[in-house]
Design a binder for this molecule. Structure first.
Ligand code: PHE
Ligand code: ZN
Length: 885
């Protein structure tokens, strides 16, 4: 058991730094068995911190201090204090220069934080607190410095040497070595530092900015991937243009570089001028990456690029403010993707994801506000709440202020705080000052955790021709927050008459109607709104576009939902009505299963889906979304006690029924689209994504029929295609089918063909790890022995272990607890070399309160076993100990 508890850090304890660093000059000497880092820091007392010269406490971990100099005085061990995480020195004047040399070991750094090796390449990851593993420093985001970096390495092995900013000098050294110096003129915190050295090729392009400056764009990859960069480059250029047009933001350096690395804990990182990307977030071509991967890459490229303003030019004062840059940047990238593809479909995908995963986080032991009050390990707070809910908070501000005032607010924010490290309050203040809107109460979204519930009731008064909606909001207790104050909740709504026509909306007391769709801003625990001139009982369309991240409930009948599905002018709510209809019907099947009754499907679901399938006016991506039943994880999230067996049985039963009853229209839609796919070369664009999405979902239903002609079609799609979207889906459908021989053959063929492409093998692992057929755990354990699997590579861990624990509920939650035991074993193993990845894999075990008493006890047993397994990282300790509370 851990002897020393990690310390909890509180937002309320924030203090300005005692010292500042104006200039940072670094020299890296990279070798195979160690590296040397020389740092020269031009420092001064922070005038805002008060008088006197307190001790200077620098962060530093896992390094060997070789020399230390204060101005022109060499310091000896008697002059400083060294602990495993800090170096303390007494300065003797208000301005001074500190020189240090340390030895570090990137070649054995398996945590992938600080300076490390991915394959043969050196790279860095410094956010949040990785820079302290590189040199002694004030490793906090409110210390901003200019950086000059020289990298020296063997020329043959590492022909490319990169760091932030512009290249200013380079040359050859002794013993086959060479060096390059980079200078970043923009002051930045250490978490945005980056360095890369490797044998890399690059794809080059240029971008002309709005003020006609030419920027060089480069994407660096390992030579074998040079053919997979075009999509990322196109996405980058679109992002640069979009940020100019929508936010007035121009790029500021002469060069923008991206490097793809295979071993990376997250998706990508926005280091100034030198973004480092997980190769899965860059590399794509038709043959190897699916449509979903193409869209994800476009979104991540935009996200990291947008950070140049929302994160780099204006950064965070401290890590409690993480959502200042992340929530805002996710909102920005979501709007970008909505503009590039189908807006409604993007919103549907994001909402489904938020409701399944962020709502679960909000309901669990790690629940925290968008701006947390405390943490033990900041790496644990790169969460769905900070990112996705944070983006919802920004979206609500956008909704409440309107696009124009929001833009004024963002302009003011960037102008006022350029070059500063600021807080969420500073952001809100800029929005308030620019718009005149008071956001005091709104700020509760930053400080209160938990998903609000919104219960809505209606009352129609035929005599008075008035229609009243009453909204009651509440929010469940979360750790440390027993009571919640009312939120500001923007509810966009419309009212439909019996013909499906939208009524003009005039509230009591208003002179005239204000359109047929409008936003009501709720501020109280209970609040009513009365609409006048309502000639007949209307049907409300509520929370259009999911205008607030809440759980809304309104007593819709199934017939009313079917009506909304067809008539609502809001595309998101048409989908939402279909989902709610499916939820009601699936919950009925779940109850039948639990009662041991024969399952009987409400035929209205079939009728509704038939209408969707036969409507050739509808965007095909919408048809595909509407045909998708709510996922098992979502059904679990909305259950009081999640019965995974019943959920799985109910959903499978519904799928079979749909397949049987709608075989004809599904087959027609499939064949029509497959014929087009056969003729056309692959293009990564919205209309084609839509077409293939419908083709593929139709195929998965059709395979439920078990018919020979469908199997033949599936095999044909698997074999005869130029793209991964069709091939992978056909293989996934086979993997989940009872056709054992075809399944084995296609898996083997695929693996043989793609064995040298790790990103494609990740997909091969995931498809198998996610298969709900019996024996899931054994398959996963066997796959861990496959030569392409490697526990040290985070993408592999996510593809196999993550996919099993998160996307295969029926197997993971096996009643004997074997899935839990397996995951706990993996977490313990991972924690030995990569704590961040270990802690992330714990998420499904933190949700134990959702399950029955037996499973609860099994999961708690595994959490306790992890706690007792030895010295744990702060990362894993924090998640496990909070989960057991
Ligand atoms: N800041 C990165 C992003 O949002 C995420 C990240 C965090 C990457 C921590 C690495 C480490 O784009
Ligand atoms: Zn980000």
């Amino acid at each position: 058991m851990r002897t020393e508890q990690p310390k909890t850090i509180y937002l309320k304890d924030y203090q300005v730094p005692e010292y500042l660093i104006d200039e940072t000059s670094l020299t890296f000497e990279l070798y195979e068995d160690h590296s040397l880092v020389h740092a020269q820091l031009v420092m001064r007392r922070n005038p805002e911190a008060g008088p006197g010269l307190p001790l200077l406490v620098l962060n530093g971990q896992n390094m060997e201090l070789l020399s230390l100099r204060l101005d022109d005085r060499d310091l000896t061990a008697a002059d400083y204090l060294l602990s495993p995480s800090e170096l303390t020195v007494q300065p003797d004047s208000a301005s001074f220069t500190l020189d240090s040399t340390v030895r570090i070991h990137p070649e054995t750094n398996t945590a992938l934080e600080g300076l490390y090796k991915s394959g043969t390449m050196f790279c860095t990851q410094c956010e949040a607190e990785g820079f302290r593993k590189i040199t002694y420093y004030l490793d906090r985001p409110d210390v901003m410095s200019s950086f000059t970096t020289t990298v020296s390495a063997d020329k043959q092995r590492y022909p490319v040497l990169l760091s932030n900013g512009n290249p200013i000098a380079s040359g050859d050294g002794d013993n086959g070595r060479h060096w390059a110096t980079w200078q970043d003129p923009f002051k930045k915190p250490a978490y945005l530092f980056a360095l890369v050295a490797g044998d890399l090729w690059c794809v080059e392009d240029t971008f002309t900015t709005m003020s006609a400056r030419e920027v060089a764009l480069r994407i660096y990859v390992e030579p074998e991937n040079i053919d997979k960069c075009q999509h990322a480059m196109d996405s980058l250029k679109k992002s640069m243009r979009w940020d100019e047009e929508v936010y007035g933001r121009e790029y500021d350096l002469d060069i923008f570089m991206i490097v793809a690395v295979n071993d990376f804990n997250m998706g990508a990182m926005e280091n100034k001028g030198l973004n480092i990307f997980n190769s899965s977030a860059v590399l794509a071509k038709a043959e190897t990456a699916t449509d979903a991967a193409h869209q994800r890459i476009e979104g991540i490229l935009a996200h990291e690029y947008f950070h140049n303003w929302s994160g780099n030019r204006v950064t965070c004062r401290d890590w409690f403010q993480l959502s200042l840059k992340e929530g805002f940047t996710v909102f920005r990238d979501a709007e970008f993707s909505a503009d590039m593809n189908s807006r409604t479909v993007k919103r549907i995908e994001d909402v489904a994801y938020l409701r399944t995963h962020q709502f679960a986080e909000d309901a669990g032991p790690m629940a925290h506000p968008v701006r947390p009050d405390s943490y033990m390990e900041i790496s644990n707070f790169y969460t769905l709440t900070v990112y996705e809910k944070g983006a919802e908070v920004l979206r609500m501000i956008h909704t409440l202020l309107g696009a124009e005032a929001f833009r004024k607010g963002s302009d003011l924010y960037f102008e006022r705080h350029d070059g500063q490290a600021v807080t969420c309050d500073d952001f809100i203040k800029a929005m308030e000052d620019a718009s005149g809107v008071d956001l005091t109460q709104f700020k509760r979204w930053y400080s209160q955790a938990g998903t609000p519930r919104l219960d809505v009731r209606e009352a129609y008064d035929a005599a008075a021709q008035t229609y009243t909606l009453t909204f009651k909001q509440s929010c469940p207790a979360t750790p440390g927050q027993p009571e919640k104050q009312p939120f500001v909740i923007p509810v966009e709504l419309g009212l439909l008459n019996a013909q499906g026509v939208e009524l003009p909306l005039r509230l009591q007391g208003e002179a005239e109607a204000l359109g047929t769709s409008r936003v009501l801003s709720l501020t109280e625990a209970e609040q009513s709104f009365t609409f006048v001139d309502i000639a007949e009982q209307p049907l409300p369309s509520l929370l259009r576009g999911f205008s607030a991240p809440v759980k809304l409930s309104f007593p819709y009948s199934r017939d009313q939902l079917m009506f909304l599905m067809q008539h609502d002018s809001d595309g998101f709510n048409r989908w939402e009505a279909g989902q709610q209809l499916a939820v009601q019907i699936l919950q009925e099947l779940i109850a039948q299963h639990q009662a041991g009754k024969a399952l009987e499907l409400d035929q209205r679901l079939i009728a509704a889906l038939r209408t969707v399938l036969e409507n050739d006016q509808l965007d095909q991506a919408m048809v595909a979304e509407m045909l998708s039943l709510p996922g098992e994880a979502y059904l679990a999230e909305i259950s009081e006690v999640a019965d995974v067996e019943a959920i799985h049985a109910a959903r499978e039963f519904a799928r079979k029924q749909i397949a049987a009853e709608l075989f004809e229209p599904l087959w027609a839609r499939y064949q029509e689209n497959r014929a087009i796919s056969r003729e056309r070369a692959y293009v990564a664009e919205a209309a084609e994504f839509a077409r293939r999405a419908l083709q593929n979902i139709a195929l998965s239903y059709l395979m439920e029929s078990g018919k020979d002609e469908v199997l033949a079609a599936c095999l044909e799609q698997f074999e005869q295609t130029d793209n991964m979207t069709e091939r992978l889906h056909a293989m996934a459908v086979l993997v989940n089918s009872p056709f054992e021989a075809e399944k084995a053959a296609s898996l083997a063929k695929f693996a043989e063909h793609f064995k040298d492409n790790p990103l494609v093998m990740d997909q091969w692992f995931s498809v198998q790890a996610g298969s709900p057929l019996p024996g899931g755990l054994a398959r996963v354990q066997q796959l861990m022995q496959h030569p392409a699997f490697n526990l040290k590579n985070p993408n592999k861990v996510r593809a196999l272990i993550g996919a099993f624990a998160n996307q295969n509920l029926i197997n993971f939650h096996a009643a004997d607890g074997s899935g839990y035991r397996f995951l706990a074993d993996q977490v313990i193993a991972l924690d030995g070399f990569n704590p961040q990845i270990a802690a992330r894999q714990l998420a499904p075990l933190t949700r134990w309160r959702k399950y029955d008493a037996t499973r609860q006890a099994l999961i708690q047993g595994e959490l306790k076993r992890i706690l007792a397994s030895g010295e744990l990282s702060a990362d894993v300790y924090e998640v496990v100990s909070k989960s057991l509370n």
